[in-house]
Design a protein around this ligand. Structure first.
Ligand code: GCO
Ligand code: MG
Length: 405
């Protein structure tokens, strides 16, 4: 019948960076899009979807979102993991897109309706030194941002997470056949960061919400020390202070500091949050819709978080496609425990492929009022930009030891 899935296409394109998109079409011709982009491992999700998921979807009723989610999660036998959960996420997003289009409503209406007028967004300021950083913060304020992430270079370290080369935009993955190597020194970093925030507070005053990403590089005791050192500057959050697959480690960090903590962009299920949320060891959940099993699954994680006064901080770098971002914005608008939304704008070329209804104004994002997710896909534009290998860098200490990137 009309809502049975007629086709499941996996689309790979690279308008300035790689994106994997699932497009489902029903017998009636209703189209749903889902984001399956896993930075640096794109083709594994494309194969998972094309070879193992698409055949299961053909002929299924597109309305059965929960049943399809459970079929893909339990039916694979092999659970969790970024490849599986990104594939499931893409299916889930596409099915929600279809359902909302059939209902002729923007998706957030099906998720309970708007709980706010827009999603407070934070932008990424960075600099190799303080004057450059101040310019970058000022530039973001001029664009309307009301919350700003701050990353800087560290003396003695050549390349650094979040800080682009002069004149360039920051983009985590680099187009190359192999990952680049970067250097790292945690002690140099710990000496540098508190002074940066002292300077930023001195320049921009006490009110502006400031965020910082530690990118999994500290041990628990180092993270505890940084959290303590940053307390005078009242951060909105300190992100990924430790590699948090060791959930218990956060107890030690928490014992020492009241700096709010955000974790989870590399997590993909509610199980990764059990200890962190139940024991209130974090303040913000960082998972993306794209990597955590879709709207159905992230909603569940956020509802669990809400019971423990933990809020959302949905991951929104450029490697979340405009489809994944749209899904995030509909959730942001609907949930009660919204915290903040990361916003790393896509390039003009990316927007030639993905036409979006979402808007950014006065520091707030809104998904728009188009039925569904509010994203269109231009095949002709996409085909002009074939996949190109691109990788996240790896990180080594001075003696050559591989470190967390
Ligand atoms: C963030 C993230 C990203 C990641 C990237 C990896 O907070 O936005 O840390 O910059 O590094 O998404 O693919
Ligand atoms: Mg991060």
């Amino acid at each position: 019948h009309g809502t049975a899935i007629r086709s499941a296409e996996v689309l790979v394109t690279s308008p300035d960076r790689n994106f994997v998109t699932l497009r489902l079409t029903t017998e009636d011709g209703v189209v749903g899009l889902g984001d399956a982009t896993l930075n640096g491992r794109e083709l594994s999700v494309a194969s998972y979807l094309r070879d193992h998921v698409a055949p299961l979807l053909l002929g299924r009723d597109a309305h059965r979102i929960e049943d399809t989610w459970q079929l893909l999660y339990r039916g694979a036998y092999w659970r969790r993991g970024p490849v599986t959960m990104s594939a499931i996420a893409a299916v889930d997003m596409a099915l929600w897109d279809i359902k909302a289009k059939i209902a002729r409503l923007p998706l957030y209406q099906l998720l309970g309706g708007a709980s706010r007028t827009g999603a407070l967004a934070y932008g990424h300021a960075s600099g190799r030194d303080l004057p450059e950083l101040f310019d970058s913060v000022r530039g973001h304020l001029d664009e309307g941002y009301r919350a700003i992430r701050v990353q800087t270079a560290v003396p003695g370290i050549t390349t650094l997470y979040g800080v682009p080369a002069p004149g360039a935009r920051y983009e985590p993955a680099a187009r190359a056949p192999l990952p680049a190597e970067e250097d790292w020194d945690t002690r140099a970093y710990l000496r540098q960061v508190p002074g940066v925030f002292e300077a930023v507070r001195g320049e921009f005053g006490p009110e502006l919400p400031l965020l910082h990403d530690g990118h999994h590089r500290m041990t628990p005791i180092q993270a505890a020390r940084l959290g303590k050192d940053l307390e005078p500057y009242g951060l909105f959050w300190l992100e990924d202070c430790t590699p948090a697959e060791d959930q218990e480690a956060l107890r030690l960090v928490r014992r020492h500091t009241t700096t709010p903590l955000a974790i989870g962009e590399v997590f993909n299920t509610v199980w990764d949050y059990q200890t962190l949320v139940r024991e209130q060891l974090i303040d913000y959940v960082r998972s993306s819709v794209t990597h955590a099993g879709g709207i159905t699954a992230l909603r569940r994680i956020l509802d669990f978080a809400a019971q423990h006064q933990v809020k959302s901080g949905i991951h929104g770098p450029t490697d979340i496609s405009p489809v994944g971002m749209a899904a995030a914005l509909h959730l942001d608008l609907a949930i009660h425990n919204f915290g903040i939304q990361e916003h790393m704008p896509h390039t003009a070329l990316t927007h030639e492929v993905f036409r979006v209804s979402a808007t950014f104004a006065d520091g707030y994002l809104h998904p728009g009022e188009e039925p569904g997710l509010g994203v269109g896909y231009d095949d002709a534009a996409a085909e002009r930009h074939p996949y190109q290998p691109a990788y996240l860098p790896v990180s080594r200490l001075q003696d050559g030891t591989v470190h967390d990137w």
